[in-house]
Structure formats: C-alpha cells, structure tokens
Design a protein around this ligand. Structure first.
Ligand code: NDP
Length: 326
C-alpha cells in the first residue's frame, strides 16, 4: 500500500541540465529541493561522449562527467538527489495548493512546488545495426556531434524541419550529406525545403529508407533501399544522423497538464508556468525547437526563480489574509 512520506517545498522531477540547474538555483534560494532522477540519471547527455558546445569548457567535456559535476554543484547547496521514478501525480488546481507525486508506485511526496524537467527522448529507427553503432557514428543530434565529421561524407534520415535544419547545418561542415526521406515529399516547411534544395553538397533521396548501417565498431557505410522499387544501394559514410523526431517524456502528466498535440508541455509566455499554479516546466519537455543543454539549463534557472516567486506571493497573500481576519 502506498503512503505519504513527507511534505517538501520543491520537488524536481528529472536530472538533465534543466533539472540540475533548477536544483542549483532552488537550493541557493533555500527551497530545499528534492530531485528524483528518473530512469536515466543525468538525462540525454549521459548518452553523448563529448560535449563541445557548453560554454565554459574550452576543451570540451564528457557528457557523463558534466552531469556528475552538475550533481555535485546542486548537492553543494543542499539539493537532495534521489534515485527513483515519479509514476503518478495529483496536482492541486488552487493557488497555494499541495501537489502530490508517487515515487516508484510505492510512496507519495507532497510538494508546494513542482519543477518538471523530464526531457524528451530521441526516436531511433530500431534497426539492430543502428543500435549497435549508436555512439560509434550513429547520432541523433547533428548540432552536438556534426563537428566530429568535418570534411567527411555523412547521411541523415528524416524529412521534417529538424532533419532539414540539421542537413543544412551538416552541409556546412561535411564534404557531402545524403538525406533520406521515406516519402516522395518532405514534411518540412517550404522555407526549409528551399534551403535544402539550394545547398550544393546536399543530396536528397526520396522514397528511400535505411536498410542497414554498415560497420563493425564504427560506421563506414550505409545500405539504402528505395521503398517503391526495392532497389538497394550502398554508399560510404562515416556518420549517420537520425532526425525523425523526439518524444517528450510526459505520459504521466496526460490529463493533468496542458500539452500540445505532440505531448510537449505548454508554458505561459516567457515563463516556465504551466496551467497549474505551482507547477513549472523546464528543458526539452517544453521545448521542441532548440533542445540544447544550454537552453535547457537556462529554462531550469527560470523554473527555480518562478517557483521561488510563486512561494513568496503565496506567503504574502496568506499574511495579508491573516491581517484582515485579525
Ligand atoms: P517531425 O515529426 O515533424 O518529422 C519527423 C520526420 O521523420 C518526418 O519526415 C517523418 O516522415 C520522418 N520519420 C519518422 N519516422 C521515420 C522512420 N521510422 N523512418 C524514416 N523517416 C521517419 O519531427 P521534427 O523533429 O522534424 O519536428 C518536430 C516539431 O518541431 C515540428 O513541429 C517542427 O515543425 C518543429 N521544429 C521547428 C523548427 C523551426 O521552426 N526552426 C526546427 C525543428 C523543429 P513522414 O513525413 O513520412 O512521417
């Protein structure tokens, strides 16, 4: 049977750059945050080798090492980091209400504020050869890893805005980019398609899918298949980028928080406020456009500041109420 174990000021769900930055700010503001890490402590960056684009690391840093540093920094100011999954939530709709989160289907935590930083998960094709070579030339982030393929031949899969944007980004760095689009047209906006079509070293193959990623330890080729004719073709590449979309980790919030049609949490204006008072969202779970560690960290900072202000406002209005009734 589940039981309530404690009442806290600030609960942080998720342990990527957004969650840890929220934790650093919230603990420094004396909100005594407790963070539940989720299934993948450290988030998406722990699946990356080198992070070269986070300001402050001139030599770059390993994703897992960076996340350890962020954890230490958050703990230094008193954040309590706990392993565990939030499996269910009950949010109060009232300003100043108490929110509840169930941990690992067994115990409940009550919190005055909740910061959601559960991130998003990149989708992969699911081919065994692709899974084997993840981190060995198969990547889901061109902005993170494109630099390692300078002047080399690479391929990218997808026909949406992300694929189009990343394909043109890669074309600036790499010798040649082959873009595989499974339909006979791209889903990307007309403007993005125009950019793709006007990039010289970028070749689009329509009706084309990945048959197999070739390579033992690292990628050295790609076998493509035309899904209309069945014709197969091999090309030599060193990097394969998968850009077929992300899935925000918001299943447990369905029916509780406003989200868009693809499941991203909706925040109000420039803030991290959700539709529920005292519940804030930061990082990739509310951002399908930028999805960078540094932008996630920025919104984590915002969420902690929003939570702090919210608590201060609640406290002030409670004091005013007391004065009126006294
Ligand atoms: P989308 O869902 O828009 O596009 C995914 C693409 O991947 C589609 O072309 C889809 O093909 C293809 N795809 C899906 N599964 C497979 C598969 N198994 N094999 C091969 N291809 C596959 O995702 P995006 O990440 O591109 O964009 C998400 C949202 O973010 C969109 O709303 C987009 O507009 C927005 N965005 C906006 C940007 C901007 O404004 N600058 C930049 C980036 C994203 P199919 O079309 O056949 O289904």
């Amino acid at each position: 049977m589940s039981e309530t174990i404690e009442r806290i000021k600030c609960l942080i769900i998720g342990s990527g750059p957004a969650g840890y930055t929220a934790a650093i700010y919230a603990s420094r503001a004396d909100l005594k945050p407790i963070m539940y890490t989720g299934m993948e402590p450290g988030g998406q960056l722990t699946t990356t080798t080198e992070v070269d684009n986070f300001p402050g690391y001139p030599e770059g840093i390993d994703g897992p090492a960076m996340m350890m540093d962020l954890q230490k920094q958050a703990e230094r100011f008193g954040t309590e980091v706990r392993m565990g999954m939030v499996t269910e939530v009950e949010f109060s709709k009232e300003a100043g209400g108490i929110h509840k989160a169930c941990i690992d289907n067994s115990k409940w935590v009550e919190a005055e504020t909740v910061i959601i930083s559960t991130g998003a998960t990149a989708k992969y094709l699911g081919l065994p050869s692709e899974q084997k070579l993840r981190g060995g030339g198969v990547s889901a982030c061109a902005v993170c890893d494109g630099f390692f393929y300078k002047n080399q031949d690479v391929a990218i899969v997808g026909g949406g805005d992300t694929a189009a944007e990343e394909a043109t980004y890669l074309a600036n760095i790499c010798k040649k980019v082959t873009m595989l689009v499974r339909k006979d047209e791209m889903r990307a906006s007309k403007a993005m398609q125009h950019r793709v079509n006007n990039t010289k070293n970028l070749e689009v193959r329509y009706n084309t899918e990945v048959d197999e990623v070739i390579g033992d330890q690292v990628v050295d080729g790609l076998r493509m298949v035309n899904n209309k004719t069945g014709e197969k073709e091999e090309i030599a590449i060193t990097g394969l980028f998968i850009a077929i979309g992300h899935k925000p980790n918001t299943d447990i919030f369905k029916g509780h928080l406003d989200m868009d049609e693809t499941g991203y949490l909706i925040t109000q204006g420039k803030s991290t406020k959700t539709n529920i008072p005292g519940v804030f969202a930061s990082g990739d779970v509310q951002d399908k456009e930028y999805r960078q560690a540094i932008t996630a960290a920025g919104t984590g900072c915002m969420a902690a500041m929003d939570a702090e202000r919210y608590l201060a406002e609640i406290e002030t209005s409670e004091e005013e109420e007391k004065e009126v009734t006294a």
